[in-house]
Design a protein around this ligand. Structure first.
Ligand code: ZN
Length: 265
């Protein structure tokens, strides 16, 4: 990875996932001159009781595009179908091709443990793509002309929904990012996903799309405050992939030294 590489990639299964998981941190990186790319693997054709699949898919892509404009990020659609994200050969090649086209220095995606399979499989596909993308003999020419990336990027996982796995066990974050100054922009970005609010209200009985996100970031802010010598109103939380061959240096903590608060072991 060259020192000039200032490309950041956030990958979510669905069009609003990146907003909820990590958009505060993306705003901070944008402010210090990083180029932000956002991929949504699906356009959520199933996520509606009001619109036919094709119509909601178009609508959600437009909403995702609008949200990325608030952030000043480039939006990419991954071309997967909702509830059809699988860890198979073709999916690994498709996600690797997307990564090769961007060649990021830092990648953020879902937690490997989360409340639904689309999120967990996205996490695994992204983890694999980070590893496969620099290998020139790993063939992705049906999807891209980009042959390989310069290196395995720093890989971070956001917290799962409500910070727990499917057994309700807490997934402890490794560190927090103080996003208090970006909450207004984060809310503005999530508010672009108008159709999702209606869908969640009818499917999950949740009518507090934005309020739930704020409460979650405030909870994380409280924990970050306990670890810090200052009051942190809102935070996002992350873990770094530290397996063999992946970079071990915490690039986020280097880039955002004022905002990162480490959770002691
Ligand atoms: Zn999602």
């Amino acid at each position: 990875m060259s020192l000039e590489n200032k490309r950041i990639l956030a990958v979510g299964a669905h069009p609003d996932d990146v907003e909820i998981m990590c958009s505060g941190m993306l705003f901070l990186l944008k402010k210090i001159g990083y180029e932000i790319h956002v991929i949504s693997l699906t356009a959520v054709a199933c996520g509606s009781t009001e619109h036919p699949a094709e119509e909601i898919s178009r609508l959600r892509q437009q909403e995702a595009q609008n949200a990325c404009e608030v952030l000043g990020a480039t939006y990419h659609f991954g071309g997967f179908k909702d509830l059809c994200i699988f860890n198979d050969d073709i999916s690994n090649r498709r996600v690797t091709a997307l990564l090769r086209e961007i060649d990021p220095c830092l990648v953020i995606t879902h937690s490997p443990q989360d409340y639904m399979s689309d999120h967990e499989t996205t996490s695994l596909l992204v983890r694999n793509a980070c590893f496969y993308a620099p290998i020139p003999n790993y063939e992705t020419s049906s999807f891209t002309t980009a042959t390989h990336t310069s290196a395995i990027p720093n890989l971070f996982y956001a917290s799962p929904m409500e910070g727990v796995d499917i057994f309700g066990q807490k997934i402890a974050p490794q560190f927090y990012v103080d996003v208090s100054d970006c909450m207004k922009s984060k809310i503005q970005m999530l508010a672009c996903h108008k159709s999702q609010r209606n869908w969640l209200r009818s499917h999950n009985g949740i009518d507090e799309y934005i309020e739930n996100m704020i409460r979650w970031n405030e909870d994380l802010g409280q924990r970050a405050s306990q670890l810090s010598d200052r009051s942190i109103i809102c935070a996002e939380s992350f873990r770094q992939h530290l397996g063999h061959a992946y970079p071990k240096k915490n690039l986020l903590s280097d880039l955002l030294p004022e905002q990162v608060v480490i959770e002691p072991n």
